[in-house]
Design a protein around this ligand. Structure first.
Ligand code: ADP
Ligand code: ZN
Length: 647
């Protein structure tokens, strides 16, 4: 993931929530509700009729014009009878049409005069002139208004809550109107698209391929005049952190075109149809800005192969989204100047339709960097780091096999932080090595409580790994052994695995023996084994199963691979029960054989094991040179130069 574009999680108000434009939509709803309330109040007060006063009322009552009088604490309203209404209308005392209101309206009202006699007087008057007198509790009107406000308030709260849950980023309520909009981040020309190919280290092959895309965007005529169709999309395939996002940004930066960046998961929402509408919106926006690049990170979130064997139904929305994407890709002409780059770390699980000609017909592999590429990546990221002469870029690259570009960027930053914590003016080699350890193993836990007995067990365990791998021809050579607890591990033996593309049976087997060397040392030294070998056993078991059922390296099973690269058989095994039994048997055999070999080596070298464990208990960390001292030169010499820890 690139650092420049932090992703918003659904349900979390994004940085955009303070934007006035989005906020206004919401206040608009408030305003509407307030207007309705005010209107209701106005109408209600109008229904009381025309104002009059107490003495006038008495005159009207005397003439027998009143049907009913209602009063509360402050005012009384008069309902006239037909005769009264006619007469007063003729006298122009009340309007011809009468008042309109929500309830049956009264004709006149007056404020109750102060004094206690009022109630008695009107009751007497009512009796005499035969009209009803009713008392209305004063708070009734106010109460009903209060209920209204509470009810509406609850509705608003519920509404906002639902909208927040449903919508992605944006302000509260902003999603009411924006849910179907694409959430792509736009990097305009010259802003944020400043990354160029120079910032991307290594990846020569991939760069060359995307260079072509830059050329399409810059000089489309050159290609179309010859009748060539410009590709619509390219898929960047590779493990996370290898610079796919960076590469896509560099294309936009080099071609000087706007860059729409979003993640596949941004399309996915719990509402049906939202994903598809976001896709439409994204392409509409991109067409407005064409020529442009759309970058969809982690496209497998929507592009996974449409269900073949099992249909859960819940995938319908994802399929709709994918279909819409395919439609859009077919829909825009080859010359419209939009190129879609997508990244995934698993091209094999993508839907075949996506990879067809005319869609993502190019696949560009972005691999983990090799030694030389790591040197280049270090050079890029060390540009701004103040380091001293002890730092050798070649050495650092050798210490970091299997590290991605993102990991290396992280190491450079971490090393600077460590140096700053030590109040140093420059960053030294030690800081870089600490950073490497920290990134692989987690933080050192110097104050983790470990009993002396445990410490001895750990020392023997790690010494076991060290000695066994030292004495095996095909195991990777060691660089360092530590018993400093770090992260979740209590100690580690570091190897320099070869950077190789294929592995032989002997190499896998020797690695398994070395991994079991820890537990074997515990047994040889103390006669009992512990839970400390969990991760070793996990690794070994996986390797053994891979040997037998994936790589076809087992005689009994033969040249078979039950590997399912497309994930089609999630619920059924592609072999019989009988074969399953044989696989399990063979796996057990291999592992036990490896364990016996490890034990055998350690028994034959018991004094060396004791010596190394003792040294480790004293010093906590020992390096290759100390190993030579205890064990003598390694009989097979050195073939490779990259460390990897085995805990
Ligand atoms: P991806 O998209 O493949 O997961 P990114 O492109 O987001 O990886 O890379 C993350 C970070 O790692 C980048 O911002 C950059 O700092 C660093 N990085 C990765 N690969 C390279 C590279 N080849 N050269 C320089 N820096 C790199
Ligand atoms: Zn171990």
């Amino acid at each position: 993931m690139s650092e420049e574009q932090p992703k918003r999680k659904p349900g979390m108000p994004g940085p955009g929530s303070k934007e006035p434009k989005k906020g206004m939509n919401f206040y608009w709803v408030y305003a509407l509700i307030a207007t309705v309330l005010i209107a209701m109040l106005l109408f209600n007060s109008g229904s009381d009729g025309k104002p009059t006063d107490y003495s006038k009322f008495k005159q009207i009552a005397d003439r027998g014009f009143i049907e009913k009088l209602q009063y509360d604490g402050v005012k009384a309203v008069i309902f006239l009878n037909d005769a009264g209404r006619d007469t007063l209308r003729q006298m122009n005392e009340i309007p011809a049409e009468g008042y309109q209101g929500f309830s049956k309206s009264s004709d006149l009202y007056f404020n109750i005069p102060p004094g206690e006699d009022f109630v008695k007087e009107i009751n007497a008057l009512g009796e005499a002139k035969k009209f009803r007198v009713e008392y209305l509790p004063p708070n009734e009107a106010a109460q009903s208004l209060l209920y209204w406000i509470i009810a509406i308030g609850i509705m608003i709260v519920a509404w906002v809550f639902i909208m927040r849950r449903v919508g992605g980023g944006g302000g509260p309520g902003g999603q009411i109107f924006n849910i179907g909009k694409s959430k792509a981040q736009l990097f305009e020309k010259g802003k944020g698209t400043q990354i160029t190919f120079n910032d991307v280290a290594g990846l020569e092959g991939a760069k060359q391929e995307v260079q072509e895309i830059v050329d399409f965007l810059k000089h489309p005529k050159k290609y179309t005049e010859l009748g060539a169709k410009i590709p619509k999309g390219a898929l960047l395939v590779g493990p996370p952190g290898t610079g796919k996002t960076m590469l896509a940004k560099a294309v936009a930066g080099e071609a000087q075109v706007p860059f729409f960046s979003l993640s596949g998961s941004d399309f996915v929402e719990m509402f049906v149809g939202v994903g598809a509408s976001r896709v439409r919106d994204l392409f509409r926006q991109a067409k407005e800005k064409a020529p442009a690049i759309i970058f969809i990170d982690e496209i497998d979130a929507i592009g996974r192969a449409r269900s073949k064997s099992v249909n859960f139904g819940s995938n319908d929305e994802r399929e709709n989204t994918l279909n819409q994407l395919l439609t859009e890709m077919d829909g825009f002409g080859t010359n419209s100047g939009i190129i879609i780059l997508a990244a995934t770390n698993r091209a094999d699980i993508l839907d075949g339709a996506l990879l067809r000609a005319g869609r993502f017909d190019r696949q560009i592999y972005v691999d983990m960097p090799d030694l030389n590429e790591r040197v280049e990546i270090f050079q890029v990221h060390l540009k701004n780091v103040k380091r001293d002469d002890s730092v050798d870029v070649e050495f650092l690259a050798k210490q970091t096999p299997g590290f991605s570009g993102a990991d290396i960027a992280n190491i450079c930053n971490e090393a600077a932080l460590i140096a700053a914590r030590k109040n140093r003016s420059t960053v030294g080699k030690e800081d870089f090595l600490d950073a490497v350890d920290r990134i692989i193993g987690g933080l050192e836990k110097k104050n983790k409580i470990i009993t002396p007995g445990e410490k001895a067990t750990i020392a023997y365990h790690e010494s076991g790994h060290a000695i066994v791998s030292w004495l095996l021809e095909h195991a990777s050579p060691l660089v360092k052994v530590t018993i400093v607890p770090r992260g979740r591990s209590l100690g580690a033996a570091w190897y320099l695995p070869e950077e190789r593309q294929i592995t032989t049976t002997e190499q896998i087997f020797d690695e398994m023996v070395a991994a079991l060397g820890g537990r074997a040392a515990e047994e040889v030294a103390f006669g009992k084994i512990s839970t400390g070998a969990l991760s070793d056993l996990e690794k070994v078991t996986k390797q053994a199963y891979a040997m037998v059922s994936v790589y076809g390296l087992n005689k009994k099973i033969g040249n078979r691979s039950y590997y399912d690269s497309r994930g089609e058989n999630q619920f059924t095994k592609p072999y019989s029960e009988e074969t399953a039994r044989v696989i399990d048997e063979e796996v057990s055999k291999i592992i036990e054989l490896a364990y016996e070999k490890a034990k055998d080596i350690l028994m034959k070298n018991k004094e060396k094991l004791d010596g190394l464990a003792k040294k480790l208990l004293e010093r906590e960390v020992i390096f290759k040179d100390d190993l030579v001292e205890v064990l003598g030169e390694r009989p097979w010499g050195e073939r490779n130069t990259n460390p990897e820890p085995v805990v």
